[in-house]
Design a protein around this ligand. Structure first.
Ligand SMILES: N[C@@H](CCC(=O)NCCCC(=O)O)C(=O)O
Length: 261
């Protein structure tokens, strides 16, 4: 008998493994969705054309990919969105992943249209903001008044993902109520960040320099995102466990509605 756990779509990064164009997802993301959200992660291939992939977008729509799912989880990635995606003519900072941009923006639009639970992390958080009409700083550290939010890429992973700065949770907000506190400390591994907040998003947390670090959708049931990495050592972090648990609960409720009509 198959599990009744919610099925969560996890779209990929498109990158070379050696010389081979590949579709990949970081293992820590799958672990957090499976164990902390008590769900079944299903990796979703990018549908946009790649070096060795003719576009799948005609035979597999975003709605097709979401049809039998109960939630959508967007991971982080070292790649950056192409600035034209948010109306900028800046050259931006690579590496880029245009297949991911096209795929994830389409999936976000389709998921929000059906009020499907969505949880997004880092690059995925930035994609959510763009999907909701917002824009990004292409290099936060170059913006006067903002801090450097990047990690030291040469440092060991344990220190790269260690908590480094506080974030203030919006008073009376969804996240502050969920976590029962007004301040948490988070890790920080990003060079881009939210410039203009998407029209339908509410800021749920901000860094000391004012940068938005968490959002939720104003009108939808569970569409949220964080700029930090709650998937990292989620089992040792009560905040991470609470966030993934809330996402899993929302996906369970969606699955019940989807399967019982
Ligand atoms: N490239 C964007 C987003 C940063 C991000 O997602 N970093 C995590 C990469 C590694 C991982 O998946 O844990 C930016 O720099 O803002």
């Amino acid at each position: 008998m198959s599990s009744n756990r919610p099925r969560i779509g996890v779209p990929v990064d498109c990158k070379l493994i050696g010389t081979d164009p590949s579709h990949v997802v970081g293992e820590k993301y799958l672990a957090a969705v499976a164990h902390a959200a008590d769900s079944i992660p299903l990796v979703l291939p990018a549908r946009a054309a790649g070096a060795e992939l003719a576009s799948l977008e005609t035979q597999i729509s975003a709605d097709d990919q979401l049809a039998d799912l109960d939630g959508l989880f967007l991971t982080g990635s070292p790649s950056n969105m192409e600035p034209w995606r948010y109306g900028s003519d800046a050259p931006g900072v690579g590496p880029f992943d245009p297949q991911r941009d096209a795929n994830n923006l389409a999936l976000l639009g389709a998921a929000m249209a059906r009020d499907m639970p969505v949880f997004t992390v880092c690059r995925g958080f930035q994609e959510l903001n763009v999907a909701c009409g917002g824009t990004l700083y292409t290099a936060v550290q170059d913006v006067p008044g903002l801090s450097d939010h990047r990690d030291d890429h040469d440092a060991p992973r344990e220190s790269r993902y260690a908590p480094v700065h506080p974030v203030a949770l919006t008073e009376g907000g969804w996240m502050a109520n969920l976590l029962g506190t007004r301040e948490i400390t988070v890790n920080s591994l990003h060079g881009q960040g939210i410039d203009r907040l998407g029209d339908t998003l509410v800021a749920e947390a901000r860094a000391p320099d004012g940068l938005v670090e968490a959002v939720r959708h104003r009108d939808l049931t569970f569409v949220a995102g964080v700029q930090w990495h709650p998937e990292w050592r989620y089992d040792d972090n009560p905040v991470s466990k609470a966030l993934f648990h809330a996402f899993g609960d929302a996906a369970r409720a969606y699955r019940h509605r989807r399967l019982t009509g």
